[in-house]
Design a protein around this ligand. Structure first.
Ligand SMILES: Cc1ncc(COP(=O)(O)O)c(C=O)c1O
Length: 389
């Protein structure tokens, strides 16, 4: 790459590089898995759902996995199962659904700061906001484990349950331990952008029998079987069709994760020396799923700000995302809450950019994307002048 499209050159990717290409399993395999249930007329909540739950419980190292319609549903049910007796402390730097799952239970989300390097919940800041808290809730941001043992220790100190939003984290480990072994429950997402896909779907993983039981009946209106509902549940079931997709996706999980690992390693290598690029810090010994490859842009050191870099990449045909901008506490849905000042989160949200990462993405494309990005840095002055004009 010797010229930049934003400066009038030819785009590096005339056909475009999509931000995500869902790693859908072969349709023939899905059909093959689905056929026995289909022929028997079992279309939802059947043996394929059971098999998915058992296989995932083994992989995730937990006693129970309850498959649900989505991660949001699973989180809503996990909080309904506890339920917290006061505000839930969670990071604002997470996806809206984390906060929504709390608010849907009629519980107040209380937002805390993130760490500027790891983008994970700042546990010290959470501790400072924890007076009267009913639960702690942390996200494994972009598939990298958060500081789980510190969050769990704070939960113990406050005598409140800990829940993890593991939407991005199927396969993530902390010092070799699956992240789902920590806390009262961890909830995974199976939407098309995630490492394991069902189309739509979620998995509630827990080691706690009571939580598992409540989520299991909760996904079925809280009907234990006699129509005498035990609490206000919902229809959060997973269909057999989605379970078939997830089981087929599970067969490809390891090679797909290896591909993500290789892409992340290449990006890291090629961006290591780039001034002003701060890739997400992942603790040594941790395994991230690299659901997203995200970095912060320091406008002064890099030469242009995040939005200008994004525009330059877009001109080359590279699709990117600004996860999570705006952060939850700045969204209209939470404007009614007492004003929260989270300066680190607000700065991080304006700096972050996520690059394409998915199994079908060729390493040569990754290299070219990094090359373009480095050229934007070297020609930052011209890019700035062009944007200003
Ligand atoms: C951190 C986080 N939590 C929760 C969700 C919601 O997952 P679902 O779409 O399966 O409900 C997402 C979705 O991307 C997410 O990124």
């Amino acid at each position: 790459v010797s010229s930049l499209a934003i400066l009038g050159g030819q785009p590096a990717f005339p056909d475009g590089v999509p931000f995500v290409r869902p790693p859908a399993p072969p349709l023939a395999r899905v059909t093959e898995l689905l056929e026995p249930s289909w022929e028997r007329g079992v279309l939802t909540n059947g043996p394929l759902v059971r098999e998915l739950e058992e296989r995932c419980a083994q992989l995730l190292g937990v006693e129970h996995v309850v498959a649900v319609a989505s991660c949001t549903t699973g989180l809503m049910l996990a909080f309904r199962a506890l339920p917290p007796r006061g505000p839930v402390i969670l990071p604002s730097f997470t996806f809206s659904a984390s906060a929504h799952a709390v608010a849907w239970n009629g519980v107040e989300p209380r937002f805390a700061e993130c760490d500027a390097r790891s983008f994970q919940l700042d546990v010290d800041d959470a501790a400072g906001r924890s007076a009267g808290a009913g639960a702690l809730f942390a996200t494994h941001v972009f598939g990298a484990p958060c500081a789980v043992e510190r969050v769990v220790a704070l939960g113990e100190q406050l005598a409140v349950p800990v829940v993890f939003d593991a939407a991005h984290a199927f396969g993530a480990t902390r010092d070799g331990v699956p992240v789902s072994r920590f806390g009262a429950a961890s909830v995974f997402s199976l939407t098309p952008t995630k490492p394991l896909v069902a189309g739509e779907g979620g998995l509630v993983a827990t080691r706690d029998d009571a939580v598992a039981h409540a989520v299991r009946i909760g996904r079925d209106y809280a009907n234990p079987g006699d129509y005498d509902t035990q609490f206000v549940g919902l229809n959060g079931r997973m269909s057999e069709l989605h379970a078939a997709v997830a089981l087929a996706s599970l067969e490809l999980f390891e090679p797909h994760q290896a591909a993500r690992d290789a892409i992340a390693a290449r990006y890291l290598e090629l961006l290591r020396g780039t001034p002003g690029i701060r890739t997400q810090a992942v603790a040594a010994g941790d395994r991230s799923t690299w659901k997203d490859f995200t970095f912060g842009v320091d406008a002064e050191a890099f030469g242009v700000d995040r939005d200008t870099l994004r525009a330059a990449l877009s001109a080359e045909g590279v699709d990117t995302r600004c996860y999570f901008d705006p952060p939850a506490h700045r969204q209209r849905a939470y404007a009614h809450l007492q004003a929260t000042t989270l300066p680190v989160t607000e700065r991080v949200a304006t700096e972050v950019l996520s690059l394409p990462i998915y199994p079908a993405l060729a390493l040569t494309t990754v290299e070219r994307i990094a090359e373009v990005l480095n050229l934007v840095q070297r020609r930052a002055e011209e890019v700035r002048a062009r944007v200003a004009a």
